[in-house]
Design a protein around this ligand. Structure first.
Ligand SMILES: C[S@@+](CC[C@H](N)C(=O)[O-])C[C@H]1O[C@@H](n2cnc3c(N)ncnc32)[C@H](O)[C@@H]1O
Length: 265
């Protein structure tokens, strides 16, 4: 392994999954990496750019963490001191529910040089690639991106607040709390509010269901959607350019599931 000597950490966003949705800056960082520590949501095809690096998987597989966050922090510092340039490679954007800032802070305590390469967050890239405009003019004036699983494993209280507004709501890590989310919307809004759930967005394995607050639980169960998925709630879903043809042809109460974009089951 070539050693670039200066201990350095670059936190790099890999984008939502499609290998072409990565930045040039991210590719350059991978090319100059001596070590790459990558997470489960990173598309492994992108590791081809790390031509001379030692590559270590530190993510979660089958629900189990390969490394704890403390171990990752320590690994970053020890690898950088030993080999030089460490790239911490994370899905989406590293600062959107990605703990990127914690890793930067830890590395700086040990005098590592640090840099950040933003990525396209799944919160933005997955709706956009499905034609969902989060701030469609005259339909939504804002959007919230909320975690379904806080550090104490609870649904964020912000979901209840957001559900009282007309904002588009994007929930990450929310699949295990879907029933709770539905019941909040049933209390605060209407049963026929559109909702889309997209698993493995932008990847070849993308799978999605589109329905309403009242129909979505059944759809998810029938079509066995699971994590990683984003939940998008709001009127903008009804107008999504890739989905409107189905809404025009059918009543919104009807249920839709799409796999690899175009197959309606
Ligand atoms: C720990 S968060 C990391 C988010 C990431 N930093 C980002 O900006 O996309 C993981 C969650 O992001 C969402 N996610 C990430 N990639 C996704 C994808 N390709 N399709 C759908 N959801 C995705 C899921 O909700 C997943 O549980």
């Amino acid at each position: 392994m070539k050693n670039s000597n200066t201990p350095k950490l670059t936190i790099v966003g890999a984008g939502p999954g499609d290998v072409e949705l990565i930045t040039l800056k991210a590719i350059k960082a991978l090319e100059s990496a001596d070590v790459v520590l990558y997470d489960a949501l990173v598309n492994e095809e992108l590791l081809q750019y790390a031509t001379h690096a030692e590559i270590i998987f530190v993510g979660k597989r089958f629900g189990c963490h390969a490394y704890s966050q403390d171990q990752i922090n320590e690994l970053i510092v020890s690898m950088a001191k030993r080999f030089g340039h460490v790239v911490r490679f994370k899905g989406g954007d590293p600062f959107v529910f990605g703990r990127g800032s914690e890793e930067i802070e830890y590395a700086q305590k040990f005098d590592l040089e640090t840099a950040i390469v933003p990525g396209i967050s799944s919160a933005l890239g997955v709706p956009a690639s499905n034609g969902i405009s989060l701030t469609q003019r005259r339909v939504a004036e804002s959007f919230w991106v909320i975690t379904g699983t806080t550090s104490d494993h609870k649904l964020s209280k912000d979901v209840a607040l957001a559900s009282q507004s007309s904002a588009t709501v994007v929930i990450l890590m929310g699949m295990n709390k879907l029933d709770e989310i539905i019941s909040i919307y049933q209390n605060n809004r209407t049963d026929d509010l559109p909702i889309a759930i997209i698993q493995n967005g932008t990847k070849d394995t993308e799978k999605k269901v589109v329905g309403t607050i009242s129909s979505i639980a059944k759809l998810v169960q029938e079509h066995q959607l699971s994590s990683p998925a984003i939940i998008v709630i709001g009127e903008v879903v009804r107008n999504a350019s890739k989905l409107t043809q189905y809404f025009q042809e059918e009543n919104l109460e009807d249920e839709f599931v799409f796999q690899n974009l175009d197959i309606a089951i």
